[in-house]
Ligand binder design. Structure first.
Ligand code: NAP
Length: 344
């Protein structure tokens, strides 16, 4: 059976996912698209063989009986509406991060999914599908490092566009760490603190950069994450897990080590897409297979909600200068077995 997918949002990542789902991955085809910019949606639909149907609204696309599953890649503030509509229609929905743009909106989705009684929602936290993170998780899970005690991370970008403003280091960049570290450690956060180091001269005058974020987990693990989005040397994701018996490092992206001109060197990526391009493929291929098997197990609506609550606490911690508790309701038992599939 080929999974017939409708995609809402044909912007940057929407176009990339359409390409993947229709042309590269196995077992799926894109049959319908929608974007508030209809001309853009028509252009993308026309490039597919056979052409996808273009809908005026996301709601109409979701209700099309020829659409088996929905991918939401529209602007963040629209996610809640489209994910709730997909749940109401009983259709599996893959929603790019963020699940929604407020904790309450995420909770509305959690409540709707629990009430539906079916696991329909997966959030686009693709780092869980990255081979290097999966290797590091296997090392933690097999006990080689002993119990994790501390985690040191860095999230560095060479530059950010002008639309990147305000607290986006916390609300846009950091959610990837929020999710992947929870998954890596199989633990939840209990408090957040944000420390602002000396500002880099490479940042725009209106942008705070870098940030140092400190999290504490329920098991007492201490995490520090540097978010530095005007780091001139390149795109660099670092993660080091200090366990009581050993230390695990996130593997570096593969590249040729050269000895030349009295230097030992190794290329550093400049583009985040290149760092995670394979993980998007794995993420969506596994989602296709899970939907077809009737068992979606990837990052859940609860994970999306937890990320939102954590980001809110970090924003409050930054502006208040305080250590802010991360308080969240009891996880519904509905989500107990989710996102637990072992790495392939
Ligand atoms: P984008 O290029 O701006 O694309 C978003 C598209 O949604 C635009 O074409 C926009 O149209 C359209 N849109 C806005 N409102 C809509 C509505 N009511 N109905 C249908 N379409 C609507 O943004 P992007 O970079 O692709 O990001 C999209 C989402 O993916 C964001 O939530 C982002 O955080 C997420 N994302 C995740 C990752 C990741 O690493 N997992 C990477 C990139 C992006 P207009 O341009 O005309 O407004």
């Amino acid at each position: 059976m080929t999974l017939r997918i409708g995609v809402i949002g044909t912007g940057a990542i929407g176009q990339e996912h359409i390409e993947r789902l229709h042309k590269r991955l196995n077992g799926s085809t894109v049959v319908a698209v929608n974007d508030i910019n209809r001309a853009q949606a028509e252009a993308i639909a026309g490039e597919l063989t056979p052409h996808a149907r273009v809908y005026d609204t996301g709601q109409a696309l979701i209700n099309d009986p020829n659409v088996d599953a929905v991918v939401v890649t529209s602007w963040g503030p629209t996610h809640e509406e489209f994910v709730l509509a997909s749940i109401a229609a009983g259709k599996p929905v893959f929603c790019e991060k963020p699940l929604a743009t407020s904790a309450q909106a995420c909770l509305n989705i959690v409540n709707a999914e629990v009430a539906s009684g079916r696991h329909l929602v997966q959030v686009g936290f693709m780092r869980r599908y990255d081979k290097s993170y999966r290797l590091l998780k296997a090392e933690i899970d097999n006990g080689n490092l002993g119990a994790p005690l501390m985690v040191h991370c860095a999230h560095r970008n060479p530059s950010v566009p002008d639309v990147y403003a305000g607290d986006m280091a916390i609300t846009d960049s950091f959610p990837h760490e929020i999710d992947v570290l929870r998954w890596l450690l199989d633990d939840d956060y209990v408090s957040a603190q944000v420390i602002m180091p000396r500002k880099t001269r490479h940042a725009r005058t209106d942008l705070d950069d870098p940030h140092m974020i400190l999290l504490e987990t329920s098991k007492g693990i201490r995490i520090d994450v540097e978010i530095f989005v005007n780091c001139p040397y390149g795109y660099d994701i670092q993660c080091q897990v200090v366990g009581e018996d050993g230390v695990g490092y996130l593997p570096e992206p593969m590249g040729v080590l050269t000895r030349k001109d009295a230097r030992l060197s190794h290329e550093i990526l400049q583009d985040w897409k290149l760092r995670f391009i394979d993980s998007y493929d794995v993420e969506l291929q596994e989602w296709i297979e899970a939907v077809k098997a009737g068992e979606v197990w990837g990052p859940t609506a609860w994970d999306g909600y937890f990320a939102s609550v954590t980001a809110d606490a970090c924003v409050e911690a930054k502006h208040s200068g305080r250590i802010v508790p991360i308080e969240i309701d009891q996880r519904p038992s509905f989500y107990d077995r989710r996102a637990m599939k072992p790495a392939a």
